[in-house]
Design a protein around this ligand. Structure first.
Ligand code: PLP
Length: 393
């Protein structure tokens, strides 16, 4: 399949146009204003191995302000800078905030690619709608994002080193106390180089599952990427770390249904009593974040048509039974930040007791998660031509 390309000629000719007015009412790529950091003032790129993920930032950011009365102002790309917000800005009090996370990959051919970015933008829009922030034209936003990547292309590391993490963010910033939708907002994008291995040596993950804590609930916002969904997880994450574990396995309901791990979706490969293999992930029932990796794993494995692929509930009881019978073949988490990580241990708190579940090791070369991971990496690095890869330059 051919990769979809946004032609650089169109983008360049659009960017060259000077927008006549400062208020535009719609978010339009053709209104984009560019203020580039002089080359000799650009930031020094630090060695990725020495820094924690998300600690350094590319030179430029995208931003666009919105107001209920005037609509969208002209979007702009300018050197990374602090936001100047009033202390009464609604986001500080009522958490009207949402974000996205995607990556730009530099392929083996040197070109920069995004992985299904339209899905991230659709999810951004659905998050915005859920918190009462305005929606906008996703295609125009994608063109702006691509332009930002072109300006900061030197920040996309070589594939041997990592990728550039892209963080679109949307805030309600009206300076007014009183619970209510914000009449002012800012949408911005910042980028941060991320270390990441594209070889299949993912470190196995150990999880802490305590049904006392829930991440999301029916009718809530767990299926949107809102900052407020993560606030209440931070202290539980600390509990996990105190036990020497990496992440939290989020359970839900009296039957302790498995939902997600940390900020990753979960997959389980199981077989039944007669040996039929089934790949399972929890269904999108409102408490699961609809991950792009989750969707891509479903699309890919359904396309392979080698085993049953199900979106269904799995309880801790079923997991334990299958594990005891040797029917749990693999369990792994997936998400843009952590790629695909095998899960090898779950410490499950049940009736005040800690049950230590050791899962089958996923280090065999024929592991399903490795096969999927390799496929994704081949698409992201341009080794395999696929419609999921969007070439930026
Ligand atoms: C972002 C996120 C994921 C993964 O989504 P991807 O689009 O695959 O990166 C899964 N669960 C939660 C809670 C998340 O925030």
């Amino acid at each position: 399949m051919a990769a979809s390309t946004l032609t650089s000629r169109t983008l360049a000719s659009l960017a060259a146009k000077v927008a006549p007015i400062s208020v535009s009412s719609q978010l339009k790529f053709s209104d984009l204003e560019m203020y580039q950091q002089p080359k000799d003032m650009r930031r020094k790129k630090m060695d990725l191995g020495k820094l924690k993920c998300g600690q350094q930032f590319a030179d430029h950011m995208f931003e666009c302000y919105w107001n209920d009365e005037h609509g969208w102002m002209k979007p702009r790309i300018s050197p990374l800078h602090n936001l100047n917000l009033h202390p009464a800005a609604k986001v500080f009090h009522y958490g009207q905030e949402l974000f996205e996370g995607l990556k730009a990959y530099r392929g083996v051919d040197g070109r920069i690619r995004l992985f299904r970015p339209q899905l991230n933008i659709n999810r951004l829009l659905s998050s915005a709608d859920r918190v009462g922030l305005p929606v906008f034209n996703g295609g125009e936003f994608l063109k702006c994002l691509v332009q930002l990547l072109k300006v900061d292309s030197e920040w996309v590391p070589n594939f041997a080193k990592g990728s550039l993490y892209i963080r679109p963010t949307f805030l309600g910033i009206e300076p007014r106390l009183g619970i209510g939708r914000s009449m002012d907002a800012v949408l911005y994008i910042i980028c941060s180089p991320a270390e990441g291995s594209f070889s299949t040596t993912a470190k196995p993950v150990h999880l802490f599952a305590d049904p006392k804590f829930v991440r999301a609930w029916p009718g809530g916002t767990g299926d949107k990427k809102l900052g407020c969904n993560y606030t209440s997880t931070l202290m539980v994450q600390r509990e996990a770390e105190r036990l020497g574990l990496h992440q939290v396995l989020w359970l839900f309901g009296p039957d302790h249904r498995i939902t997600e791990a940390g900020a990753s979706n979960i997959f389980m490969l199981m077989k039944d009593d007669v040996g039929n293999v089934e790949l399972i992930t929890p269904p999108l029932n409102g408490i699961i974040l609809p991950g792009i990796n989750r969707q891509s794993i479903l699309d890919l494995t359904r396309d392979w048509n080698e085993f049953k692929v199900s979106e269904r509930e799995v309880t801790m009881q079923e997991l334990q039974e299958r594990l005891a019978k040797g029917q749990l073949l693999e369990m792994f988490g997936c998400g843009t930040a952590s790629a695909i990580s095998p899960i090898e241990r779950i410490v499950y708190k049940k009736d005040g007791r800690l049950i230590d579940l050791r899962l089958p090791t996923t280090q065999q070369s024929n592991s399903l998660y490795k096969r999927i991971f390799d496929f994704f990496v081949d698409v992201q690095l341009g080794r395999k031509k696929h419609e999921w890869a969007v070439e930026v330059d």
